[in-house]
Ligand binder design. Structure first.
Ligand code: ATP
Ligand code: MG
Ligand code: MG
Ligand code: MG
Length: 482
């Protein structure tokens, strides 16, 4: 099955179970102060769960464009380094608004995965909420009973609050969830080590594909839980992960969702995917980020210097940087991938086809500008390195690195990388001190947005914890709240 058929099969299945198929909401959120981007299928239905708007259809299904690069869900640092977290991805979902509950949600999920898609049962696992005695919430025995009709007991795993209890916020609807995991390992590997062990521990070949959330409680402002008058189901399945599983691959990037882009990238760069670890990461990053950027622009969010626009600009620059550093691109290249993406996804997402010219043009301009920045920065950095080396030093001072970062927009991790290639280091403590000084200078101008990527960890409350590689957001990758 190709990916378009996989998506269609999901929607057809739930249509056959009485669901109304609705279009994806925009990925860029314009009217919610707590959220910049849609990060789950349920976002567009928030008001239904909260009882703020009337329920028209009690059974709904869709494929929702999601972006997880800010706020509660930020997967950016994983992207490209692992093979199953994306910035932009499609979340397939089915909902019951006060209609069916656990029994149907579980048995339909099972029916779809095993009967319709034909997945082997012995590779599937389900997790259920283990309960929370402190809060007087029982183990989710109801879900356990339903799973037991399909799975042997040792494929049903108890999960904790963090993974198996979902809350919309500090107050409001919440409830236990049940996740479905799939073991992609070979028969030998599975015989050697039980997949059960790996579900909770985490393994790149034993991955979560579907989350079924059962909203049955309301959390009151006092923190107390009460039963909801109407119970709801909210599910989300990672479309790209499902494609990987169904196409017998071990990486989302080996599916037909990403392969056309990766092949084009290989053509343009003259590199072969699968031969060099760093080039592979770079190709995955570019193939992933292309989608995030193109879909944002299609939704009307252009790269800019503030809020959502800044997040998009930074994603684009991250892709350029990987392409520049590991794939040898020094001319705009991401813009050349847009027509392939539109050919592939334009039918399901007409906004993409409609905006193709704008998307291509905006990306080309952004790329060209950032490549110039990179070239300038690299020249300046060369001079700094020569100067330090002539003086017998092997360290680039924090103020020099900061000048490059602040005045020329040159990413600190690229400074580190180039320093490293020249047998030198960067004084990180000094750099962070400079950064903090600058933060204080501009504190008054800083807007606070609860889910704004830029303001997530206010510097004053953060502590320098050292460097991550290949990440340009110093505030996120190098600091933790104290
Ligand atoms: P994970 O534990 O793998 O990060 P999650 O528990 O954060 O996933 P949910 O919020 O439960 O994910 O979202 C529902 C489904 O969406 C997941 O089961 C998974 O298949 C998919 N998904 C979540 N995050 C991503 C991502 N960054 N890229 C691709 N698919 C994702
Ligand atoms: Mg996650
Ligand atoms: Mg999870
Ligand atoms: Mg989950």
């Amino acid at each position: 099955m190709d990916s378009n058929q996989i998506r269609k099969t999901f929607l057809d299945f739930f249509r056959s179970k009485g669901h109304v198929i609705v279009p994806s909401a925009p990925m860029v959120v314009k009217n919610d102060p707590t959220l910049m981007f849609t990060n789950a299928g349920m976002n567009q239905f928030k008001d239904l769960f909260l009882g703020n708007s009337p329920i028209k259809d009690r059974r709904v299904a869709d494929s929702q464009k999601c972006l997880r690069v800010s706020g509660k869900h930020n997967d950016l640092e994983e992207v490209g380094h692992d093979t199953y977290h994306h910035t932009m991805f499609e979340m397939l979902g089915n909902w019951s608004f006060g209609d069916y509950f656990k029994k149907e949600a579980i048995s339909w999920a099972w029916e779809l995965l095993t009967d319709v898609y034909g997945l082997p049962k012995e590779r599937l696992y389900a997790t259920i909420f283990e309960g929370s005695p402190d809060e007087n919430i029982d183990r989710d025995n109801e879900a356990y009973q339903y799973w037991k009709q399909f799975l042997p007991e040792d494929h049903i795993i108890l999960g904790n609050r963090h993974d198996n209890f979902w809350e919309m916020g500090d107050t409001g609807p919440c409830g236990p969830c049940s996740e479905i995991h799939y073991d992609l390992r070979s028969d030998e590997e599975r015989a050697a080590l039980d997949g059960r062990e790996l579900v909770n521990r985490g393994h790149h070949l034993v991955i979560e594909i579907w989350n079924l959330v059962f909203m049955q409680f309301n959390r009151k402002a006092s923190g107390e839980l009460e039963l909801l008058p109407a119970r709801h189901v909210d599910t989300g399945m990672g479309f790209e992960r499902l494609c990987m599983v169904l196409q017998g691959k071990q990486s989302n990037y080996d599916t037909d969702v990403f392969q056309p882009t990766i092949r084009r990238l290989a053509e343009l760069s003259g590199k072969v995917y699968g031969q060099d670890r760093r080039a592979d990461i770079a190709m995955r990053v570019v193939a992933d980020h292309l989608r995030a950027i193109a879909f944002s622009i299609a939704d009307g969010q252009l790269p800019s210097n503030v809020k959502a626009g800044y997040v998009i600009r930074r994603i684009l620059r991250r892709a350029v940087r990987y392409g520049y550093t590991y794939l040898g691109f020094n001319e705009p290249f991401i813009c050349q991938l847009v027509d392939g993406l539109v050919r592939q996804m334009g039918e399901q997402f007409p906004e993409l086809a409609a905006q193709q010219d704008l998307i291509t043009k905006v990306i080309a301009e952004e790329e060209a500008a950032f490549l110039r920045t990179l070239a300038t920065g690299i020249n300046l950095l060369d001079n700094v390195i020569k100067k330090e080396q002539a003086a017998g030093s092997r360290v680039i001072s924090g103020s020099e690195a900061f000048l490059l970062y602040d005045t020329y927009g040159f990413p600190i991790d690229l400074t580190e990388l180039i320093a490293q290639e020249n047998g030198m280091t960067v004084n990180g403590e000094e750099f962070s001190a400079e950064l903090q000084k600058q933060k204080e200078r501009s504190r008054n101008a800083a807007a606070v947005d609860t889910d704004d990527w830029v303001e997530l960890f206010p510097i004053a409350e953060s502590r320098f914890i050292g460097y991550d590689t290949l990440e340009s957001d110093v505030r996120i990758s190098r600091y933790r709240r104290v």
